[in-house]
Ligand binder design. Structure first.
Ligand SMILES: Cc1cc2nc3c(=O)[nH]c(=O)nc-3n(C[C@H](O)[C@H](O)[C@H](O)COP(=O)(O)OP(=O)(O)OC[C@H]3O[C@@H](n4cnc5c(N)ncnc54)[C@H](O)[C@@H]3O)c2cc1C
Length: 465
């Protein structure tokens, strides 16, 4: 393909930045990624992405886009030892209605750590002849002229020397959840975007173990989800590459899982069912326990302010979601595809592309935002959450679906496909499911078909089964 423009610049070399850089090469002769970290050569952790030690589930829709942008990526994951499994057959989920049934869903999940996913993409980006990555360089400001961003100022990380400037025809900002873009814009005299926060005050603690025997062949993933309004604790455990299994313990409404050894084990023991604790109590730990707090949904409304020309923002810097629902990397990949479409259709001249892209992105992330924030709204102490009649109806409807799927393989299959972005949420409102939902509402079936265990109660709490 003939490229139309000379140089694009990407701020931040995380997942969103790497994917964006890849699609920018279709329209720009040269792409430069500026990343403040020194990047690892393999699949290791790095300071700029502290979330990488925690479990990262890549939804099947995201995986599809990753493969489209980087063909044969999955082969690298499998060669690195990532297990592959069918979500419905080998993923055990404890819903409020009981354990999920075993159903072939045709939704394949890859047990690849975030380090492996990012590292494998990075290898490909670094090999690209027209992408340059400037590592260990901190972007500190935007360069501005006639209402247009013409470049950035950067300096080596950790050095207080005077910054130097790099110019570009388009700047894509993807500096993650703690981005300072709103402050940089304010310095240039632009309005700061409104910021919406919806939070159920979720915290994670994560540790890896040598994969327990039980997770080597079957039951590759365990999802014990917290159950509003009372059961605030959960755990997600997935078999990953290198015979390592990672357990992320999660607590809602500030019931944070501890990061010390004894506290971590005690929290695991207090989960509503014993399976996860039983598997880790004698397992061999690998590495330390990592904590992450303040996992809120946050959105900067860049689509509602007057932005300078030739500046785009995507990834967590635009919208960061509560990660319990596993949407972040998939939204980043869909955003890269939206960028690709907009560049193909509207990049001549480049001046209007920012407005078009931010409006399209706002529409695109609305579904993921609604899912994440409306589920968080089930928690009585959630802040910023809407509890309007529509949200309450969706809660009610989804509860009925969860009851129905216990005894109906097709509904469970559809549910998983919606969860992974293969089907629109409207698939759950198709006549077949709708009729079963209504029948269940009129005459509820036993909810224990999927074998519902009694939860271990935390002091003073009431089970919601
Ligand atoms: C605890 C946790 C668990 C998660 N679990 C999941 C999951 O299960 N599934 C899922 O899909 N998503 C998950 N996510 C979300 C996921 O990590 C992100 O949505 C996704 O990686 C996209 O992030 P990003 O590229 O926008 O930002 P990041 O991955 O955070 O990357 C931003 C990059 O910008 C760099 N940077 C920042 N400032 C500057 C600067 N001034 N100059 C130069 N470089 C800079 C940083 O060093 C970093 O490399 C989780 C997030 C968290 C916090």
């Amino acid at each position: 393909m003939k490229t139309k423009h000379a140089h694009a610049l990407v701020i931040g070399g995380g997942i969103a930045g790497l994917l964006a850089a890849r699609v920018l090469t279709d329209t720009f002769e040269r792409v430069t990624i500026i990343e403040r970290d020194q990047l690892p050569t393999g699949y290791q952790e790095r300071p700029g992405t502290p979330q990488a030690s925690h479990l990262h589930v890549l939804l099947a829709r995201g995986h599809q886009i990753f493969e489209q942008l980087f063909p044969n990526l999955t082969e690298e994951w499998i060669a690195a030892g990532a297990p592959t499994f069918d979500h419905g057959l080998h993923g055990r989920t404890l819903y409020k209605t009981g354990w999920s049934p075993r159903v072939q869903s045709d939704v394949i999940v890859y047990g690849a750590s975030r380090m492996l996913v990012e590292g494998s993409i990075r290898h490909r980006v670094l090999k690209h002849p027209r992408i340059e990555v400037l590592q260990g360089q901190d972007v500190v400001a935007l360069v501005h002229e006639n209402d247009t961003i013409t470049g950035v100022q950067l300096r080596p990380r950790g050095f207080n020397q005077a910054p130097h400037t790099i110019s570009a025809d388009l700047i894509v900002h993807s500096a993650g959840r703690n981005s300072r873009l709103h402050e940089w814009l304010a310095v240039l005299g632009y309005d700061q975007p409104e910021k919406t926060i919806v939070t159920a005050n979720v915290g994670y603690s994560t540790r890896s173990f040598v994969t327990p025997e039980r997770m080597k062949h079957e039951d590759r993933a365990w999802l014990i989800l917290p159950r509003p309004p009372h059961i605030r604790r959960g755990g997600i455990m997935i078999a990953l590459e290198n015979n390592i299994t990672t357990l992320t313990l999660l607590g809602v409404e500030e019931d944070y899982p501890p990061t010390d050894e004894a506290g971590f084990m005690e929290f695991a023991r207090s989960l509503p069912v014993p399976e996860i604790y039983e598997m880790i109590k004698d397992a061999t730990p690998v590495g330390p326990i990592h904590g992450y707090r303040k996992l809120e949904n946050q959105m900067y409304h860049y689509d509602r302010i007057k932005m300078p020309k030739r500046l785009l923002v995507l990834g967590d810097a635009y919208t960061a979601l509560n990660p319990i629902y596993g949407q972040g990397m998939t939204v980043a990949s869909e955003s890269a595809m939206a960028l690709s479409d907009v560049l193909r259709m509207y990049s001549d001249p480049l001046d209007e592309i920012g407005v078009i892209f931010q409006k399209r992105l706002a529409k695109m992330v609305a579904g993921a935002w609604m899912l994440s924030t409306s589920e968080d709204a089930r928690w009585p102490k959630a802040q910023g959450a809407k509890r309007d009649p529509m949200t309450r109806f969706l809660h009610w409807y989804l509860d009925q679906v969860l009851a129905v799927l216990m005894n109906d393989p097709i509904t469970y299959q559809t549910f998983i496909q919606v969860q992974h972005g293969f089907k629109m949420p409207t698939a759950l409102f198709q006549p077949r499911t709708l009729l079963r939902v209504l029948a269940n509402a009129i005459s509820p079936k036993s909810r224990t078909a999927g074998q519902t265990p009694e939860p271990h109660l935390q002091t003073g709490e009431v089970p919601t089964l």
